[in-house]
Write a protein that binds this ligand. Structure first.
Ligand code: EPZ
Length: 464
């Protein structure tokens, strides 16, 4: 695995272009399964999770192409995401590759489109970042209400809807609130169901709204996206479209913390503050100055960060995906801050790594107390998940000395060319490629064959 060497202490200054939203692009790519013709998507970020989704679509009979990268007219800025086209060539497959499905939570977004358009889906249990329990019961409950039947076979979830889906009223709130991808999955499937579907307790995140905007452009009839009740009037078919993905609000927030934690000042081009109201409220309380100016966001560090308390909550509350990054900033704040993680109560693995850099953080259950120190010190730290890796990178940029960040494959899942973007505003980060694995060959001996794996039992178990 690659690692980063980060020389801390540089004050960031300059302009960065914000990429398209990963968490909007993934379900939007999946929704393209439901159309005929060539879809053209702008601002799909170049990320390893997007590559995995691309391979899943290819497995499902799609032709996926990337156009040439976009030149960004900012000195030393890396080129970004070229437009992507997606066209269904062979609509018969319902069974994408297991490895990519298991590696990524968003693979669950295939379920709704496949059931709605092809009447069947076979999907490995989705994986994703190690941030605690990530069940899929609400997805299965919602799609079952529309008439799909599910069972497990050979370690996969099999869904069937041979006679099509029918509209229904679905309540999609779980113990921790609404589900983002669950709302998107059911909403997407319901566009081709017969009659009206009403999703009550729907997630309100901007990624839900962007997917609804795409589907409506494709010919769907969706109202209420962005509120807790979404109504979908089923249509017979959807057509291909051209669509521009919204800017990534989590990348935006991460760069805002980068300015604040390095005592710097950044202009974030193409960012949207209206998607980050709760986060900006806390960042300003911590002392940063934030303004929207001509379509850009300007963020300037305050004199010294001040302590703040925050609770992660479904949108429009404080996003769990920016919990770790603000914690890095508050590690050097004046006073004691408190964080309550409501969405993923165990999402605190970064706290142990931040402690290696001198942060004083005490985690009890779903609450973390951060006692601010004057400065962080360089250390070797290891990323455990995507947003944890962003927090550690931010901390290392503010620390005195050179830090090593291991397992940057996590950061590559969700931040497009992050070290190059940060370098163009003054950060000193080197990507060090992993050493190639040595293969030992013994003369005259055949290579060992792979171990055989016992097949799982294939008795059908109804799961929803
Ligand atoms: C999306 O995951 C994001 N992922 C996550 O971002 C983000 O942390 C999360 O929403 C919350 O905002 C993508 O969009 C690809 P949920 P999702 O269903 O939709 C519980 C990142 O760093 N739940 O809204 O899978 C669940 O355990 C990633 O980019 C059920 O109980 O999250 C959690 O407590 C990490 N049953 C809560 O709901 C279900 O069937 C919200 O999860 C589904 C979820």
């Amino acid at each position: 695995m690659d690692h980063f060497l980060i020389r801390g202490g540089s004050r960031l200054s300059g302009t960065v272009e914000i990429s398209g939203s990963k968490n909007a692009a993934l379900p939007i790519m999946a929704a393209c399964l439901m159309t005929d013709g060539i879809n053209r998507l702008h601002r799909v970020p170049a990320l390893s999770d997007i590559d995995a989704m691309t391979r899943l679509l290819v497995d499902l009979g799609c032709r996926v192409r990337r156009e040439a990268p976009r030149k960004i007219d900012i000195p030393n800025h890396p080129d970004l995401d070229g437009a992507m086209t997606i066209e269904v060539i062979d609509p018969t497959s319902v069974d994408p590759g297991d490895d990519d499905a298991r590696s990524m939570r968003a693979s669950i977004c295939m379920l709704g489109p496949l059931l709605a358009r092809r009447g069947k889906a076979i999907l490995a249990q989705p994986g994703g970042c190690s941030i605690g329990e990530r069940p899929i019961d609400l997805h299965l409950k919602g799609l079952s209400k529309l008439g799909a039947r599910f069972y497990r076979e050979d370690g996969c979830i099999v869904g069937e809807a041979p006679d099509g889906l029918r509209g229904a009223t679905v309540f999609l709130c779980g113990a921790s609130g609404p589900t983002v991808l669950g709302t998107i999955n059911v909403m997407t499937a319901a566009t081709l169901a017969e009659g009206e579907t009403r999703i009550v307790g729907a997630a309100c995140e901007p990624e839900v709204v962007d997917t609804a905007r795409l589907l409506n452009a494709m010919g769907a009839k969706i109202t209420g996206a962005g509120t807790s009740e979404i109504v979908i009037e089923g249509v017979k078919q959807l057509h291909a479209v051209e669509h521009t993905i919204i800017p990534d609000r989590i990348e935006t927030g991460t760069f805002m913390v980068a300015a604040a934690i390095t005592g710097g000042e950044l202009r974030l081009r193409g960012a949207r503050l209206d998607h980050l109201v709760a986060f900006v409220d806390r960042l300003e309380q911590a002392g940063a100055k934030v303004i929207q100016q001509n379509g850009d966001v300007l963020v300037r560090a305050g004199d010294r960060p001040q302590s703040v308390d925050y609770v992660t909550w479904p949108y429009p509350g404080y996003p769990t995906d920016l919990q770790a990054q603000l914690m890095a900033l508050l590690s050097t704040a004046d006073g004691k801050s408190r964080v309550i993680e409501h969405i993923y109560p165990q999402r605190f693995k970064h706290a142990t790594e931040l402690a290696k850099m001198g942060a004083q953080i005490d985690v009890t259950g779903s609450t973390a107390w951060i006692d601010g120190v004057n400065t962080l010190v360089a250390a070797t730290v290891r990323a455990s998940d995507l947003r944890a890796s962003a927090a550690l990178l931010l901390a290392a940029m503010s620390a005195s000395g050179s830090s090593k960040l291991e397992r940057v494959d996590h950061i590559d899942r969700g931040y497009e060319k992050i070290e190059q973007k940060l370098a163009c505003v003054g950060a000193e980060i080197d990507r060090c490629p992993a050493k190639p694995k040595l293969t030992v060959s013994v003369l005259g001996r055949e290579p060992e064959t792979a171990p055989t794996v016992e097949p799982e039992r294939t008795d059908r178990q109804i799961v929803a």
